[in-house]
Design a protein around this ligand. Structure first.
Ligand code: NAD
Ligand code: DAU
Length: 354
């Protein structure tokens, strides 16, 4: 049995779905079900006794302690977080609360449980903390990619809160011996991605005949990884990662935002041409840049490949095609996540192009 936190969000839900396709080990899924948590994503697991979704906060020590005592997991995989950079700029409070205070409370609950385990289970236990490449800050064009020993230089409230959580996880290992592993991954994309993030937002807006808002000059670079490859990396690190270590996860796929948007538009032109026959790229609209916008991220994932033999299975070309097709095939999922809360966010964030 494993305890997954944040398993109703984008990556966590993909992780849980894949996990239960590949094995029969039970999953307790603790998720606060914020705007980003969506039980509909887990609908195919309804009635499946291997999965239990519990609505709750990682910071609720009484609840987490009770879940650990009751279910006796052999590992905790911590996805739970506030994850959207733009939201962290508009309102950092929740990011401090969940990503820092929540992680602290979770670590304390887990430490209490772990320290009372019998020796063999104590040794085998793992706390896997899912983190981001954004903790390393921003690269210049010619800089080498981030390695696990790059400086931690977070620039946004989101990345600072994630960096703080990484430090707490590290300290709980160093001080208390808690068997932790941390993964720092680049930008994910794929099915069930909430349409506030670049790729799903562009697909949904293009199909809705709305502007495609590109921040600044659109030349910011991200390293893109298909979500299922991130999930396979986490499984591999959980299985064989060295305790106390950090593993970078990335797709070796650096792309400028504008190139991503053009690729999405071209795929939509091919798979679902617009009714008026105009190319979707005509909807691209340049908008005010994100404050403090990091220019470039790039991940060197060679430690994970060298030590644990992990490599991504998808190329960007295969992954983005699957992703666009998934959004075309799942209009109900998209319609349902575009709730009142989602609409309020879009109105606030993109008021200049209304
Ligand atoms: P997401 O926003 O889609 O999902 C986060 C999930 O956590 C949601 O289901 C939400 O309800 C839940 N949650 C939020 N606060 C909680 C709390 N206090 N207690 C319990 N549950 C809570 O995020 P995501 O994109 O799936 O990211 C998952 C993790 O991976 C995050 O830790 C993020 O920092 C990290 N990460 C994301 C990416 C990416 O590209 N999306 C890349 C690298 C790392
Ligand atoms: O690098 C990993 C990180 O990737 C994760 O830790 C975060 O949780 C995840 O949200 C993501 O952060 P980004 O800020 O890179 O992702 P986002 O999809 O918000 O933006 C990607 C790029 O696209 C970024 O340079 C900003 C730009 N952008 C984004 C939006 C939403 C636009 O140009 N227009 C937009 O409307």
């Amino acid at each position: 049995m494993i305890l997954v936190t944040g398993g109703a969000g984008f990556i966590g839900a993909n992780f849980v779905l894949d996990w239960l396709v590949l094995r029969d080990e039970l999953v307790i899924n603790l998720d606060k079900l914020t705007y980003a948590g969506n039980p509909e994503t887990l609908q195919s697991l309804q009635g499946d006794a291997r999965h239990t979704l519990v609505q709750g906060d990682i910071g609720d020590s009484a609840l987490v302690t009770q879940l650990l005592a009751q279910h006796q997991p052999r590992a905790v995989v911590n996805f739970a977080a506030e994850s959207h950079v733009d939201r962290s700029i508009q309102g950092p409070g929740e990011f401090i609360q969940t990503n820092i205070v929540g992680t602290f409370n979770l670590l304390e609950s887990v430490r209490g449980y772990w320290s009372n385990l019998p020796v063999d289970r104590k040794d085998a236990f793992r706390f896997l903390h899912v983190s981001t490449d954004e903790v390393y800050g921003s690269l210049k064009k010619a800089d080498p990619a981030f390695t696990e020993t790059s400086h931690i230089e977070p620039n946004s409230p989101y990345s600072a809160s994630k960096a703080a959580s990484d430090h707490l996880v590290r300290a709980w290992h160093h001080t208390y011996g808690l068997p932790v592993v941390t993964t720092n991954c680049s930008n994910n994309y794929g099915p069930y991605h909430f349409p506030e993030k670049l790729i799903p937002l562009m697909i949904v807006n293009a199909l809705g005949g709305k502007p495609l808002p590109v921040y600044g000059d659109g030349q910011q670079i991200r390293d893109w990884l298909y979500v299922k490859d991130h999930c396979s990396a986490i499984r591999r690190v959980l299985e064989a990662g060295r305790v106390g270590e950090v593993y970078n996860v990335g797709g070796w796929n650096e792309k400028a935002n504008l190139e991503i948007v053009h690729t999405v538009c071209a795929l939509l032109d091919e798979l679902r041409p617009s009714a008026d026959g105009n190319p979707y790229k005509n909807q691209i609209t340049y908008v005010t840049d994100r404050p403090g916008h990091d220019r470039r991220y790039a991940i060197d994932a060679s430690k994970l490949e060298r030590e644990l033999g992990w490599k991504p299975a998808e190329t960007f070309e295969s992954g983005i095609r699957k992703t666009v097709q998934w959004y075309l095939d799942n209009p109900d999922w998209v319609a349902n996540v575009q709730s009142g809360v989602y609409r309020e966010w879009v109105e606030k964030q993109y008021s200049e192009i209304k």
